[in-house]
Design a binder for this molecule. Structure first.
Ligand code: AMP
Length: 191
């Protein structure tokens, strides 16, 4: 199994690149943001709970997020590996993921961070907000809060995997295909 964490701030292109990686390497894409949005759309109790945080651009509490992620992994055990997108976003989430994968005798092969600067992120998200239907992409204040939350709460996750030599950065600007080529050259060393 090859398990990858596709890391980076909101709007860094994780979803776009994950779809291309899935097609090439046959991994299962798990996006906690997508799972929350599915629950929002279907107005489930989980969606109602998560909405309070998502609308502000804050993180959904770890207990809720980890439970949802664990269920998704448990439902999909016979796969070649996972691409985690938007998870883990905190150290407790990273620790929970390590335990979960450890129970399956597997682990994270690498965390690859897409490197994109703040102003480019704001520009991309406002543009995406015109068509994505995502309320959290339309208000610049919420976008900037999401970037701050990423810096304060999520970047420690990069360091956490870096301590064991598993983190790396890839330039996240340029054409989609150029960025994909950079990711593939890292992936090819892992699979
Ligand atoms: P994303 O699509 O990954 O940008 O996620 C959209 C929103 O869902 C975030 O701003 C958070 O409110 C919530 N969310 C997604 N993944 C997580 C996570 N791993 N931990 C906490 N909240 C999350």
């Amino acid at each position: 199994m090859t398990n990858l964490i596709l890391f980076g701030p909101p709007g860094s292109g994780k979803g776009t690149q994950a779809a291309k990686l899935v097609a090439k390497y046959g991994l299962l894409h798990i996006s906690t943001g997508d799972l929350f949005r599915y629950n929002l759309k279907n107005n489930t109790p989980l969606g109602q709970e998560a909405k309070k945080y998502i609308d502000k651009g804050d993180l959904v509490p770890d207990s809720v997020t980890i439970k949802m992620l664990k269920e998704k992994v448990d439902e999909n055990k016979n796969v070649n590996g996972y691409i985690f997108d938007g998870f883990p976003r905190t150290i407790p989430q990273a620790e929970a993921l390590n335990i979960l994968l450890g129970e399956e005798n597997t682990s994270i092969a690498a965390l690859i961070a897409l490197d994109v600067d703040d102003e480019e992120i704001v520009k991309r998200l406002l543009e995406r907000g015109k068509t994505s239907g995502r309320a959290d992409d339309t208000d610049e204040k919420i976008i900037r809060n999401r970037i701050n939350v990423y810096k304060n709460e999520t970047t420690p996750v990069y360091d956490y995997y870096d301590e064991t030599g598993h983190s790396m950065k890839v330039k996240g600007v340029g054409s989609i295909d150029d960025i994909f080529a950079r990711l593939c050259s890292e992936m090819d060393k892992l699979v």
